[in-house]
Design a protein around this ligand. Structure first.
Ligand SMILES: [Mg+2]
Length: 418
């Protein structure tokens, strides 16, 4: 079991594979329903098939799941959006069907360890969030630790991103602070604080090769960080004591996401990492006359959604004993360019249905036309989860509900249903 409080033990699986697995995964309170109560064909797929509640047990839906963006959906300016607390209660069983729905969080934010971020989120939303159900922008960078030994890690507060990178397995993590401490004139207008001076490490810059650059979290000092990233990019193969003549042999640079803006307590969206990336590309072009090709993780990259699929599969298995993929994953986000675009594009590549829902509590402004249209728009996350559960409850068959089909098709469906 992935959780420590026996959370999953209250789940009753409705489409379990066999009784032995219920013992393995669910503990003594897991009940496998009799075969005749389990949905097995299209005739029985209609109402209640995946959400029937009996006795006083809580149930978990094994046919669909939810994925949440965080900033602008659940949290804004460090505080929970009021609808978020209600939404979380709703999907944890306080709904008319008494069903719990498995869910994960998929944020482009970062700058802390996943564990630390989950503790924050648990406190903010008043529920337990496990690292096993959480992906932030830099989580997929974990897979790069095998490939690159000495890396420059940029962004975040103090030493936090170095700690995250070392936790991922990177062996030699350099920060801009290390370079500034070693050579004060690297950034003429930036002076390290006493704390930064103490934490930063002296380097042998004549024998240092940066193999890759990772922007883990938002830069706290764009000018200094850009200078140092550009210095690395203009080297020969990352050796800091060299300068390329072609400006096409620097190390690769990875960003944990590409969001140009994000939602905070300010009434207007604020600049994010995507803005730094655009700036860096523009300055590199101005300095060298060459294009800079950067690599990004996070939403809307398909790789991030693949990572999310694996996480969701493991989370559903570990916490609920569900060992099949969900038919539908509802993704709830506030940014059309990342949340909605990524979900829609990933949906084109998958067998199951990734369903995009846009909420109006963050980056997206009501009344504007989103560049990447969602399949559903809701006022807030509470409305979104209610919509998802109702849609599942009313599903006549796999695929769209009657109300979502166009008029001609829905008329035919209604006639057939009579
Ligand atoms: Mg957001």
């Amino acid at each position: 079991m992935a959780t420590s409080d026996g959370y999953a033990k209250t789940f009753r699986r409705l489409d379990s594979l066999d009784a032995a697995q219920s013992v393995l995964y669910g503990g003594p309170t897991v009940v496998v329903p009799p075969k005749h109560l389990m949905a097995s064909d299209s005739e029985h797929i209609s109402n209640h098939s995946n959400m029937t509640k009996t006795h006083h047990e809580e149930e978990v839906s094994d046919d669909f799941a939810l994925a949440f963006d965080i900033d602008g959906v659940l949290i804004k300016g460090g505080k929970p959006i009021p609808a978020a607390v209600d939404a979380m209660k709703y999907i944890n069983g306080e709904n008319p069907y008494g069903v719990k729905v498995p869910y994960i969080f998929l944020t482009n934010g970062g700058g802390k360890t996943e564990k630390e971020r989950c503790l924050d989120l648990s406190r903010q939303l008043d529920l337990e969030v496990d690292p096993g159900q959480f992906i932030c922008g830099h989580t997929p960078m974990r897979d790069m630790a095998e490939k690159y030994h000495t890396v420059l890690v940029v962004g975040g507060e103090g030493e936090k991103c170095r700690i995250v990178a070392e936790g991922y397995g990177f062996k030699d993590v350099i920060t801009p602070g290390d370079i500034i401490k070693t050579r004060h004139d690297t950034t003429p207008f930036r002076t390290l604080t006493d704390e930064e001076l103490e934490n930063s490490r002296l380097l042998d810059l004549d024998n240092l090769r940066i193999e890759a650059i990772f922007v883990f979290a938002d830069s706290r000092d764009w000018a200094g960080d850009q200078q140092i990233i550009l210095d690395c990019l203009m080297t020969k193969d990352g050796w800091l004591n060299t300068r390329s003549e072609t400006f096409q042999e620097g190390p690769p640079v990875f960003f944990s996401h590409t969001d140009v803006v994000w939602s905070t307590s300010h009434e207007h969206s604020r600049l994010g990492m995507g803005a730094l990336r655009a700036s860096l590309e523009a300055v590199y072009g101005a300095l060298t006359g060459k294009d800079l090709n950067t690599i990004a993780f996070g939403k809307p990259q398909i790789g991030t959604y693949k990572f999310a699929t694996r996480l969701l599969q493991k989370w559903r298995s570990d916490s609920c004993g569900i060992n099949k993929p969900p038919s539908t994953v509802y993704f709830i986000g506030d940014t059309p360019e990342s949340d909605i675009r990524g979900t829609n594009e990933f949906n084109e590549t998958t067998d199951n249905d990734w369903f995009s829902i846009l909420v109006k509590t963050g980056v997206y402004q009501d009344g504007t036309v989103p560049r990447y249209p969602p399949r559903k728009t809701c006022e807030n996350v509470f409305e979104a989860v209610k919509f998802a559960i109702e849609r599942e409850h009313n599903k006549p068959c796999k695929g769209s509900t009657v109300s979502e089909l166009n008029d001609d098709t829905s008329q035919k469906v209604r006639e057939v249903a009579k």
